[in-house]
Design a protein around this ligand. Structure first.
Ligand code: IMP
Length: 433
């Protein structure tokens, strides 16, 4: 069976949750490899709607083992709450595990994230305030607390003591805020350790064995390519490797395990938080149309998402870095009713034309060179056959394929599981069945 990886190709919120859900059904393992509870997958099960931030959405299928990998940072409070929510609707959570090597988010991480953002003023990243950056910083500084530390209380005590001492200096001296109590934090985390210890495992051999046994593995990314710490719009990025390259480092597998590199792009663009967004739409009517119809509000922070036209310069760069061989376009139905659609095909920076995505966008005035496409009026959300789409809609889709030199496999036209149009049957059957 193939190993599939799903990544978002823009700035997040491309609708990965729905596609992960479609693929999870036939998966034996769903493995998260980066990010933390900054991401959010909305799920609707048994007439209840809630958001999963850390637990892979594959959890709703009893056949799936879910692993939160080494590249993820885990806020135990949030994780335990998700477990409780799932249990409350009768979902079996006995096969949800945390890798030993994953790092743990601590209360001082949340505060430092918030204080730093406040101190940056207009230059703030616009983070989710979930402590993600500071948790990864401690990981890289080699003072972080790992999931396996929760299994050894003596060690946990010493590590928390050292870290609280260090972080209190930052909190009181730099940010001029009150210090945290080491004892309180230790007792809180001792309780989390008691609740989580059975789930904390060395998952590496298990994942490798599953691969040897030809089990179906799905690696689920969070955030997206243009928020990647190395290749995104730095410094307005998330502090993890969101690319398909991140799968290997974040879950302990070699690149040759991976077969299908599934990239998800909206039919337009959105971005939450600050930072460059070349195709951002400032026309209020068009912006409102996309925001309202597309329900473009962050599922983690409830912030309004900024909306923009489809950016093919950025998308081509994303497909290239991620080695995408299966492209899925989502939310095409949201564009119905707009008279004219625009697609960005080149950038103009300081009077020069670029087809490549720049390594630095800060302080640069980026003008977009757009192609205009006539829109379509029809509601396409119940169409099942590609040939039944309006002609203008097909022109829009086919231009994307031509520019990217990549076949679109599936088009999502609504949030329900069955609101999809298969565009490439052969590839669809290879990956989804
Ligand atoms: P952080 O990941 O909380 O440090 O935030 C860094 C940037 O990534 C901010 O612009 C956030 O809005 C953005 N971000 C983080 N997680 C997501 C996500 O799941 N979807 C979209 N944007 C995200």
């Amino acid at each position: 069976m193939p190993s599939n990886v799903i990544v978002g190709l823009q700035w997040g919120d491309e609708g990965k949750g729905k596609i992960t859900d479609l693929l999870s059904k036939n998966s034996d393992y769903v493995i998260r490899y980066q990010g933390g509870n900054n991401s959010g997958h909305s799920i609707h099960v048994k007439n209840r709607y809630f958001v999963l931030h850390l637990i892979p959405s594959g959890v709703i299928y009893p056949n799936v083992t879910c692993i939160v990998g080494a590249g993820v940072v885990i806020d135990p409070k949030s994780f335990i709450q998700e477990i409780k929510n799932l249990e409350s609707i009768g979902i079996d959570v006995s096969k949800v595990f945390i890798e030993h090597r994953a790092h743990i988010t601590m209360p001082y991480h949340l505060l430092i994230d918030q204080y730093r953002e406040e101190s940056l003023g207009k230059k703030a990243i616009g983070t989710t305030h979930r402590g993600i950056g500071p948790t990864y910083e401690d990981k890289i500084a080699r003072i972080g607390i790992r999931a396996l530390d929760l299994l050894d209380k003596k060690n946990l005590y010493k590590k928390i003591q050292y870290n609280v001492h260090l972080n209190n200096a930052l909190i009181t001296k730099i940010y001029k805020k009150p210090p945290l109590s080491f004892e309180e934090i230790y007792h809180e985390y001792e309780e989390y350790a008691n609740l989580l210890y059975k789930r904390i495992i060395d998952s590496i051999y298990r994942i490798h064995r599953a691969f040897q046994e030809k089990k179906n593995l799905l690696f689920e990314g969070a955030q997206a390519m243009l928020l990647d710490i190395n290749y995104g719009t730095y410094p307005y990025v998330t502090p993890s490797s969101t690319t398909t390259g991140g799968v290997c480092t974040g879950s302990g597998i070699p690149p040759n395990f991976l077969e299908n590199f599934i990239g998800i792009s909206k039919a337009y663009c959105t971005r939450v938080g600050n930072g460059p967004f070349p195709t951002e739409i400032f026309n209020q009517n068009v912006n409102n149309h996309i925001q309202k119809k597309g329900n473009e509000y962050g599922s983690t922070t409830q912030r309004i998402r900024r909306c923009g036209w489809l950016d093919l310069v950025a998308l081509k760069y994303s497909c290239m870095i991620n080695g995408i061989n299966c492209l899925i376009v989502t939310k095409l139905d949201i564009l119905s009713g707009l008279n004219v659609l625009k697609i960005c095909v080149k950038y103009k920076i300081h009077h020069k034309i670029f087809k490549n995505f720049p390594s630095d966008m800060q302080g640069k005035k980026i003008e977009c060179i757009f192609l205009e496409f006539p829109g379509w009026k029809e509601d396409i959300s119940f169409i099942k056959e590609y040939d039944h789409l309006p002609k203008n809609c097909k022109n829009y889709v086919e231009y994307i394929e031509k520019y990217l030199q990549l076949k679109i496999v599936l088009i999502s036209v609504g949030s329900e599981r069955n609101q999809n149009i298969i565009k490439n049957n052969q590839l669809f059957n290879k990956i989804f069945s």
